[in-house]
Ligand binder design. Structure first.
Ligand code: ACM
Length: 617
């Protein structure tokens, strides 16, 4: 009897492992599923191939990642003696090569051992992220879970498609504190992002302590408290207390830079000049063409009505930027500093006598060339600090600075043009990479603008029209006008940042949206365990008026669409449509309600929209 029970247990365990799915994001270059699994036990050893201090640290990181949810305190040893019941991390700087990719790794999970090999510790780190995704989802918990810690047998070879895999977080429009930034970095690392673009200044707040210019934070980091629709919020009143905001001290910055470094993420700081500078002018009004009592903007409309650009004709502007970039360069090891350069309103430059005089003296034919003059001077400042300049694609206008790298956001045109001129580019076109846009029907989503569905984010191909020699990689951007807190940041980030993670990492021929959507759902279950928010908008109905009929669509395949033009609440007993069906509008119909089902269960939100609103779209 005992032996039958034992047999049943073995069968159950092996059946469990056979059906344990592999859902990795980003998808590795090659993945070979094998039968069987590795069972992690309290006695499993972490074996490190040598005494490299960083490899030793990664061994401890792995022990900790595993320790919290399993309750196991895995022993860590160093040596090369083959062992069973071990997770082996092999750093082979000379002998092992993953097609020349320094972030690459191989991962073998067998019944007796797991082995990650790489030529750099970055590769080992990437392999660890993949390994954790192979564990049951409970590995994401922050308390001990009782599950069988089985890891399916696989053989993986993996390396990134692009070296620059970035994510921008705007901390100006809404300040996000140190704990939030760390948590955000934790998640980015899991999906093999390696660049965190920190948008540290804008019209709505300056966020980093600069010792030489203390008013940047004592004044520029604070604004009058407001809620409500962005750009429609009441303007600051005279003498109203500025109680909303915050900033990072230099000690905070050092801590976050190290925190990111421990996760193989480098931080690209952005100081957005010469436009987007109202918070600077609130602190140092003498840097405007006409000094005034400027106020940090709380989300009220001001563009063109209030100057928000630095005066490019004033030597003090460059002295100020030299002081700021001296401290920024010391704080951030990233080879680049991002100087913004986008959306600079030049109306006040046009009427400034000093600007006119400078343009005449320098032979600049318009204010675009004046901005180019400014950017070229800033490039020299950065170079004097040992840094390279990167800016938004507006820096192309009026002539690109000699060694500038361009971040292409207004579509792909700027990136294509810059690469043709032999400049490096990072691609982040807003219609594919801006994750502050609506991800589902605006009726069902919090207020924002534009539209970027998951499937569109996934469809992006960064190399189109660009010589790969100049294409550093790509980036996803989370602007924060409508991101008041961490939960909303996560909601907007996931799952679209999973799509771009795959676009920037995975081999082009590995991409498949249906397969990706399935893996995203598996990731949702892991986010639930990790208590990370995300959006399920990919399951919501898509309704449009086409040829005077209602067209119903779904973003992911395999859903049943149910709808009604009457007053009921549709369920799966209501009329059903197929993806793309066009439904004639019954006489008198003033609205439609739609819901999606899968396997007889509701999935996604119910969408109610009036026919009149559909006609207006
Ligand atoms: C930008 O979105 N203004 C770079």
């Amino acid at each position: 009897m005992k032996s039958i029970q034992f047999l049943c247990l073995i069968l159950l365990l092996s059946f469990g492992a056979k059906t344990q799915e592999i859902n990795l994001i980003p998808e590795p270059v090659t993945l070979l599923k094998q039968s069987g699994f590795f069972n992690l036990k309290p006695s499993t050893t972490i074996l490190l191939s040598n005494n490299d201090p960083e490899l030793q640290r990664l061994g401890r990181v792995l022990a900790e990642m595993i320790g919290t949810p399993t309750g196991y305190r895995l022993p860590i040893r160093t040596g090369t003696k083959t062992t069973i019941n071990a997770i082996v991390l092999v750093l082979e700087k000379t002998t092992f090569q993953v097609v020349g990719q320094e972030e690459g790794y191989s991962l073998e999970v067998g019944r007796n051992k797991i082995e990650i090999k790489a030529q750099t510790t970055h590769g080992i780190f990437n392999g660890l992220q993949t390994l954790i995704q192979l564990f049951p989802k409970e590995i994401e918990a922050n308390a001990v879970q009782r599950v069988a810690w089985n890891i399916p047998s696989v053989s993986i070879q993996d390396y990134p498609r692009f070296a620059w895999r970035g994510m921008l977080l705007d901390v100006s429009r809404h300040f996000h504190n140190k704990a939030m930034v760390k948590s955000y970095l934790d998640q980015l690392a899991k999906f093999k992002y390696n660049t965190f673009h920190w948008h540290l200044s804008d019209d709505q707040g300056w966020r980093i302590e600069i010792k030489k210019y203390p008013k940047l934070t004592s004044v520029g980091a604070w604004r009058v408290p407001r809620v409500g629709k962005w750009w429609k919020r009441p303007e600051p009143e005279e003498n109203e207390a500025t109680t909303e905001g915050g900033f990072y001290t230099q000690e905070d910055v050092k801590e976050i830079v190290q925190y990111a470094k421990d996760r193989y993420i480098t931080i690209l700081p952005e100081i957005d000049v010469p436009g987007h500078s109202l918070a600077i002018l609130a602190a140092y009004p003498e840097l405007a063409t006409v000094p005034k009592n400027f106020k940090v903007n709380p989300g009220s409309e001001f563009y063109r009505k209030v100057e928000n650009s630095l005066d490019p004709s004033n030597d003090k502007t460059y002295e100020f930027l030299d002081g700021v970039f001296t401290e920024i360069a010391q704080l951030f090891p990233h080879p680049y500093i991002h100087i913004g350069g986008d959306e600079c309103y030049k109306g006040y430059w046009e009427t400034s006598n000093n600007c006119k005089k400078l343009m005449e003296k320098e032979g600049l034919k318009d204010t675009k060339e004046l901005q180019s003059f400014f950017v070229k001077k800033v490039e020299k400042i950065l170079q004097s600090k040992g840094k390279k300049l990167i800016g938004w694609d507006e820096i192309l206008e009026g002539g690109l600075a000699p060694d500038a790298t361009v971040m292409s956001w207004r579509g792909t045109k700027g990136g294509i043009e810059a690469a043709k001129m032999g400049h490096n580019v990072v691609m982040t076109p807003s219609d594919f990479c801006y994750i502050d846009l609506y991800q589902g029907d605006p009726i069902l989503e919090p207020d924002t603008y534009g539209k970027l569905r998951l499937n569109k984010a996934y469809s992006y191909e960064p190399s189109e029209g660009i010589d790969s020699k100049y294409l550093l990689g790509g980036q996803c951007n989370l602007w924060s006008e409508n991101i008041p807190n961490k939960r909303q940041a996560e909601y907007m980030t996931y799952p679209r940042a999973l799509a771009t993670a795959e676009v920037f990492w995975s081999a082009k021929d590995r991409k498949n949206f249906d397969g990706f959507a399935k893996r995203v759902e598996a990731q949702f279950a892991r986010f639930d365990v990790a208590k990370i928010n995300y959006s399920r908008s990919m399951f919501d109905p898509i309704v449009a008026l086409v040829d005077k009929q209602i067209q119903l669509n779904t973003e992911v395949n395999g859903l049943d669409i149910h709808y009604t033009f009457e007053r009921g609440i549709p369920d799966n007993f209501y009329p059903k449509a197929k993806n793309g069906d066009k439904i004639p509008i019954p006489k008198g119909a003033d609205q439609i309600r739609v819901v999606n089902y899968r396997d007889g269960k509701p999935i996604g939100k119910i969408l109610l929209i009036s026919i009149a609103d559909l006609e207006k779209r």
